[in-house]
Design a protein around this ligand. Structure first.
Ligand SMILES: Cc1ncc(COP(=O)(O)O)c(C=O)c1O
Length: 453
């Protein structure tokens, strides 16, 4: 007698649907720790392998097309392989990938930053967001003579020693593997949106030289931050004579052509940028007050911050960055990506209600987040923030079984995303949102079969 057919689990379906990825992953495990090159690309039982990407889509080695909401970890605003970016990079690649010299494109790239970012009196290019925030802290120490930094729980600024503490839960009392306690002692952590805590910390600790934050909220708005708190920070840092650093690696050129600073009309002392800055290629920069960046200059009798960097202002990144920022300056890519983000959030919340599902979607601009197991009033408008922004509820520990199963279920339905959320781009159109909503509906059904939703 044939065995009784049982319903395949999400994992079984995933394994059956992505056989080539499984084979490639076996090779990757021989090369990379756990087979991956970025923590967030790790997926059980194996990740997907993407072959190419264009516009709002990417295609994998198993013949699937996905609507992409991961958007190059946020570095893609115009859509993948935008023709103007491709053309600019092709033109440059034939003229040299590394000129080992100053070049004119770097000036044009820097001028776009100056034009768009209100705080950018001067600019210095680096190769990543992590490098940009590292540079911001070193320059801050040189300028203020104070060694510590104040940051907010749940804010991510890259993986270097001084800002990796409290990037992820648990936020209190957790030691970071590989980070000496002495080094961790240079980082003071306070809860987001708590101006009194900032005031107290700055008043009581003269060693704090600067305050850094993701100006629209940690992890691109998991706990949203809005204009009034940013204005309060600007006032407090001025009152106490400390520097204010906006880490706009992800919000820069995405929430407004001028980043959060352009949107809210606040000028920080320093700004870190990457991702969209380099149009989907590697690149970052520190921008800000000329008197602070002056410590990068060779000046007789004055201390200088050493700053080499083989790929600083790389011409390919400069070409992609200039092509991208030229379009960003029109305002249209940001407007459209944000409109698609809003539409997706609205439709998701409608879907959750229709299905009687206790999930909620929230977010701002082109970002969207999902909160499973939500207990509270349903959203009535797009400025909705669940649980009044409580950190432990919005950015607490995740359930890895759920996040893995959810991503697998979404991939099975032709959508890729970043954990429990993602970003829209200027390439997404309404029909992508419609198709994504159908995929969410199917994925939730699959999760329900396993009592995960
Ligand atoms: C706000 C923020 N700062 C810094 C970084 C680090 O940038 P990178 O990955 O280029 O080092 C990121 C990366 O996601 C980020 O979102």
């Amino acid at each position: 007698m044939p065995a009784m057919a049982t319903q395949a689990t999400i994992r079984q379906r995933f394994e059956a649907e992505f056989p080539n990825a499984r084979k490639i992953f076996a090779q990757a495990q021989e090369v990379f720790p756990q087979g991956v090159t970025h923590d967030l690309r790790y997926l059980e039982p194996f990740p997907i392998y993407i072959d190419r990407a264009e516009g709002a889509y990417k295609w994998d080695v198993d013949g699937h097309r996905f609507i992409d909401f991961w958007s190059g970890h946020g570095s893609i605003l115009l859509g993948h392989s935008h023709p103007e970016v491709v053309g600019a990079v092709q033109k440059q690649v034939a003229r040299g990938t590394h000129l080992g010299a100053c070049h004119e494109l770097e000036i044009e790239w820097g001028r776009w930053v100056q034009k768009l970012m209100p705080s950018a009196e001067k600019v210095r290019f680096v190769s990543s967001g992590t490098e940009a925030t590292l540079m911001a802290l070193r320059l801050s120490r040189l300028f203020t003579g104070r060694s510590k930094v104040l940051k907010f729980a749940g804010h991510f600024h890259g993986w270097h020693d001084y800002l990796v503490p409290a990037a992820d839960p648990p936020y209190e009392g957790a030691s970071i593997p590989g980070l000496p306690a002495e080094v961790a002692g240079f980082t003071v952590v306070v809860p987001p949106n708590d101006a009194d805590a900032v005031d107290r910390a700055l008043a009581s600790d003269p060693d704090i030289g600067c305050v850094i934050l993701e100006p629209t909220g940690g992890h691109f708005g998991a706990v949203p931050i809005r204009g009034p708190f940013l204005h309060a920070l600007r006032d407090l840092t001025r009152k106490h004579g400390r520097l204010l650093i906006f880490d706009e690696v992800i919000s820069g050129f995405r929430v407004h052509p001028g980043g959060a600073q352009g949107l809210y009309g606040i000028t920080p002392d320093l700004t870190t940028l990457a991702k969209i800055l380099a149009g989907g290629l590697p690149g970052g920069c520190l921008a800000g007050r000329a008197d602070i960046l002056a410590s990068l200059e060779f000046r007789p009798g004055k201390p200088k911050m050493k700053h080499p960097g083989t790929f600083n202002a790389n011409p390919l990144s400069a070409a992609a960055g200039c092509a991208t920022l030229r379009l960003v300056a029109t305002g249209e890519p940001v407007r459209h990506a944000s409109e698609m983000g809003k539409l997706l959030r609205q439709r998701l919340n409608r879907l959750f209600e229709e299905k009687g599902c206790d999930w909620v979607a929230y977010g701002e601009f082109s970002g969207w987040k999902l909160l499973p197991g939500y207990r509270g009033p349903r959203p009535t408008g797009d400025d909705f923030v669940p649980y009044s922004g409580a950190l432990d509820k919005l950015d607490g520990p995740k359930n890895p079984a759920l996040t893995h199963a959810f991503r697998q279920a979404m991939l099975l339905n032709g959508v890729d995303l970043a954990g429990l959320g993602g970003m829209t781009t200027a390439a997404h159109v309404e029909s992508d949102i419609d198709r994504a909503i159908a995929a969410f509906s199917n994925a939730l059904d699959l999760l329900r079969e396993e009592a995960l939703a």
